[in-house]
Design a protein around this ligand. Structure first.
Ligand SMILES: *Cc1c(COP(=O)(O)O)cnc(C)c1O
Length: 531
């Protein structure tokens, strides 16, 4: 029954996945159904025609494979079609607006891609002699200098490979600085509204995490924070602008209080897009902050490319940043410092975070983005990002509850909740409805301080016409949810897959394909007459 038919197609295996099927093939117009490669390929088929290998003596010490490897094969055109069809089932920033709050899903300018593909950048190898990669080291240094100047800090560790990795870098710097003073503090304070990576990082670095409550305005409760400071507090981790989309106006006062109590201030800078060119975190007393190049500086992410999370450091933490770093000499040449030198620039490096220099391809893209915008262009980026978010906030607040709408304008993202929806309808239903309307859902149920949260971040790269389309879709869905339109519970109805059990998928992920057990007697599609 499971043997492939002549074309390799196994109808019985895919039947159950085509809910609401109305065509014989399961395809919908030119959106094509696509089984897994294990279901359509066979071991007997191959896309290449190589001569039989002449057997030499094998040197595998008895470890040579004896059975077939069992990988599915397809011809070249079948392979190309398989992966192209799968790629069409994905949503991407190049297809439409991607309003994921806190993720800054902005357009990735093609100029960046062109620059990153120049052979002098794309083809360098980390083990090349240093005198042959002066250009690449120059890119790292020039980007580093922009990041330091934009944030008003003293130094930057370029190697962290994502935001969360940058958090770890910053917290390890804080720990190294405290240890150097013989000061073994145990607690990191984290606001309730923090991104989940913050408490995870602090715990991973060996700290005990304690919550700081938020005020009714959605900001850190300064009095509660001050009351908790003491000789056991190593530092605080604060996001600014925070995940409610609000600027933490008291950050300078918070930093002064933390420093006075002997601790350090870590700022989660993932939301830097809202303030770039306008506020320098160094002026607010921040000691360490990661910058998500893949958010603020437009390098592709979310399946499109790796992240990159350089960490800017204050004067106090600079000596503890990780190796390696590039050193600029008076004659303009650059050297790569990979060993602890005991010298002036990095006497107490806490170690290394990655084998080489970090995400070189992302550095090239980010620098291309920065240079093509210039300082004035970056300032306009944050202004337009905030303007777009406020346009959404004010266009939707009469149909969607905006818990902090009364706190004044928002920063780069607008926060809503499902308060006011008819009984039984929730944030999840509206989010699934967005898929039917052709939009990737917004960030849901985060920040945790707001029940049924919906966090919408349009970014500056969307036009007013694009925002108006999103408003049209979200207003219609919000009105249906308020009116108790139960059909929303079935959304998405137009997607190739309907409501998936996401909790089950997260808790019990199926990471390897195994031949499904089809009960004997199950009719195949052709036996059913193609119904
Ligand atoms: C994205 C994000 C992070 C984590 O960054 P990654 O690059 O995904 O590791 C941390 N904090 C906030 C507020 C974020 O938005």
């Amino acid at each position: 029954m499971n043997a492939p038919n002549k074309s390799g197609w196994r109808p019985a295996l895919t039947l159950d996945r085509r809910e609401g099927q109305t065509t014989a093939t399961g395809n919908r117009a030119l959106m094509l159904e696509e089984p897994l490669i294990f279901e359509i390929g066979t071991c007997e088929t191959t896309g290449v025609d190589l001569p039989e290998a002449t057997a030499g003596a094998n040197r595998l010490g008895g470890m040579a494979r004896e059975a077939e490897i069992g990988l599915p094969g397809l011809s070249e055109p079948e392979t190309v079609r398989h992966y192209t069809r799968l790629s069409r089932q994905n949503y991407a920033i190049d297809l439409g607006l991607f309003p994921l709050g806190s993720c800054t899903m902005k357009h990735n300018p093609r100029l960046n891609e062109k620059v990153a593909r120049m052979p002098g950048f794309a083809d360098v190898h980390p083990l090349q002699p240093i005198d042959t990669v002066q250009g690449a080291l120059g890119v790292i240094n020039e980007l580093a200098s922009w990041l330091i100047r934009l944030t008003g800090m003293r130094g930057v560790a370029m190697t962290p490979k994502a935001g969360a990795h940058g958090e770890l870098c910053g917290i390890l710097c804080i720990r190294a600085a405290l240890e150097a003073k013989g000061d073994a503090r145990e607690v990191i304070l984290v606001p309730e509204s923090a991104h989940g990576t913050n408490p995870a990082t602090a715990a991973f670095a060996g700290y005990r995490v304690e919550d700081i409550p938020a005020t009714a305005e959605g900001r850190v409760d300064l009095a509660a924070l001050k009351a908790r400071l003491g000789p056991d507090v190593a530092g605080v981790m604060i996001t600014n602008p925070n995940t409610c989309g609000l600027f933490e106006r008291d950050l300078k006062e918070i930093s002064d209080a933390v420093h006075a109590a002997g601790g350090y201030v870590y700022c989660d800078g993932a939301n830097f897009n809202a303030i770039v060119g306008r506020v320098r975190p160094g002026d607010l007393g921040v000691d360490a902050m990661h910058i998500n190049l893949h958010k603020t500086f437009s390098t592709p992410h979310g399946g499109g490319g790796p992240g990159s999370g350089p960490v800017v450091l204050s004067e106090a933490l600079c000596p503890y940043g990780p190796l390696p770093f590039t050193e600029l000499h008076a004659d303009g040449t650059l050297t790569l410092v990979e060993e602890e030198t005991g010298g002036e620039r990095q006497p107490h490096a806490f170690g290394r975070l990655s084998a080489f220099h970090g995400q070189m391809g992302m550095f090239t893209r980010a620098l291309a983005y920065i240079l093509s915008h210039g300082a004035d262009g970056l300032r306009q980026v944050s202004g337009d990002a905030v303007l777009n978010a406020n346009y959404l906030l004010r266009s939707l607040e009469d149909v969607l509850d905006a818990p902090f709408g009364h706190s004044g304008p928002c920063m780069h993202e607008a926060l809503f909740s499902d308060k006011g929806f008819a009984e039984g309808l929730t944030t999840l239903d509206l989010a699934k409805g967005m898929i039917d309307e052709g939009f990737h859902p917004m960030t849901m149920y985060f920040p945790l301080v707001v029940h049924g949260a919906m966090l919408v971040e349009p970014t500056e790269t969307e036009s007013k016409a694009g925002l108006d389309q999103l408003v049209l879709a979200m207003r219609s869905l919000a009105e249906r949810a308020r009116a108790g339109d139960e059909s929303l519970k079935n959304a998405p109805i137009h997607a190739p897959r309907r409501r998936l059990d996401e909790t089950l998928a997260a808790r019990k992920p199926v990471l390897a394909w195994s031949e499904p057990q089809v009960p004997a007697g199950t009719p195949t599609l052709s036996e059913q007459g193609g119904s």
